[in-house]
Design a protein around this ligand. Structure first.
Ligand code: GTP
Ligand code: MG
Length: 232
C-alpha cells in the first residue's frame, strides 16, 4: 500500500456495527497497522442524540445522515493525522449516550488522552448534563462542543452560556455542526494540540512533534517523500 500516496488520510473500517469494543483493539479492529509515531486515544461523550456519532462520521468520512441510529455500547474509528512530519494515529471512541450503557462506556475511559464532551445547543437537558460527565474522569484534557449550531432557530443554549461553562470547568470550547461541517476538524485539532502540549512537558517526549516550529499545523497529509539527491 502506498503510505504517502493518495490515501494520506487513513480511515479504517469500523470494527463492527455494534459493540465493537468487545474486540481486541490491538487486533483486527485497529487494522493491524502499527506504522505510526504516536497513538492518541480519544473519546466522545455526552447525552444521547447530541450528535456524537454524526460528529465522528463527519470527521472521519466527511459524511452526514439525518437518520438517528442510537449507538449501542461503544464503537471506534481510526484516523491518521500528521504534525511536524510525525504520524499520529487517532483512535477515536464513540460512546453510547444512553444511561443504560454507562457502565460499559466508562470502562473505556481508561487510557484516554482526551475527551470531546458534547451537548446539543437545542437541548437544555444535554447542556445541564455537562456538569455530571467530568465526575466520571479526573484531570483530563477536554474540549466542550456545543453541537447542532446550524439550528439557530431552535437554539436554547446561548454561545455565552457554553463558553462560560467551559471556562468554569477549565475546558476549551467550540460550537460545532456535524451537519454543516462547522468546527469539526478544529475541535479534534485543538484536542491533539492540547495532548502534544502536555506531552512536551514530559522529558522523554520526542521534541520534534511537540516543540516544532510554532506555526506547525496538524494536517491530514503525509509529508512529501524526500527527493533523490536531496540532502535536506
Ligand atoms: P447516541 O448514540 O444515542 O449517544 O446519540 P449520538 O450522540 O451519537 O447522536 P447521533 O450522532 O446519532 O445524532 C442524533 C441525531 O441528531 C441524528 O438524527 C443526527 O442526524 C442529528 N444531528 C447530529 N449532528 C447534527 C448537527 O450538527 N446538526 C443537525 N441539524 N442535526 C444533527
Ligand atoms: Mg451515537
Amino acid at each position: 500500500m502506498d503510505l504517502y500516496g493518495k490515501g494520506q488520510t487513513q480511515i479504517e473500517p469500523r470494527p463492527s456495527k455494534q459493540m465493537a469494543a468487545t474486540q481486541d483493539v490491538k487486533g483486527k479492529g485497529e487494522g493491524g497497522d502499527q506504522n505510526f509515531d504516536y497513538m492518541f486515544k480519544l473519546l466522545i461523550i455526552g447525552n444521547s442524540s447530541v450528535g456524537k456519532t454524526s460528529f465522528l462520521f463527519r470527521y472521519a468520512d466527511d459524511a452526514f445522515t439525518s437518520a438517528f441510529v442510537s449507538t449501542v455500547g461503544i464503537d471506534f474509528k481510526v484516523k491518521t493525522v500528521y504534525k511536524n512530519d510525525k504520524r499520529i494515529k487517532l483512535q477515536i471512541w464513540d460512546t453510547a449516550g444512553q444511561e443504560r450503557y454507562r457502565t460499559i462506556t466508562t470502562a473505556y475511559y481508561r487510557g484516554a488522552m482526551g475527551f470531546i464532551l458534547m451537548y446539543d445547543i437545542t437541548n437544555e437537558e444535554s447542556f445541564g448534563a455537562v456538569q455530571d460527565w467530568p465526575k466520571l474522569f479526573k484531570k483530563s484534557l477536554v474540549v466542550l462542543a456545543g453541537n447542532k449550531c446550524d439550528m439557530e432557530e431552535e437554539r436554547v443554549v446561548s454561545v455565552d452560556s457554553g463558553r462560560l461553562l467551559a471556562e468554569q470547568l477549565g475546558f476549551e470550547f467550540f460550537e460545532t455542526s456535524a451537519k454543516d461541517n462547522i468546527n469539526v476538524k478544529q475541535t479534534f485539532e485543538r484536542l491533539v494540540d492540547l495532548i502534544c502540549d502536555k506531552m512536551s512537558e514530559s522529558l522523554d517526549t520526542d521534541p520534534a512533534v511537540t516543540t516544532g516550529a510554532p506555526t506547525a499545523k496538524l494536517t491530514d497529509s503525509a509529508p512529501p517523500l524526500q527527493q533523490p539527491g536531496c540532502n535536506c
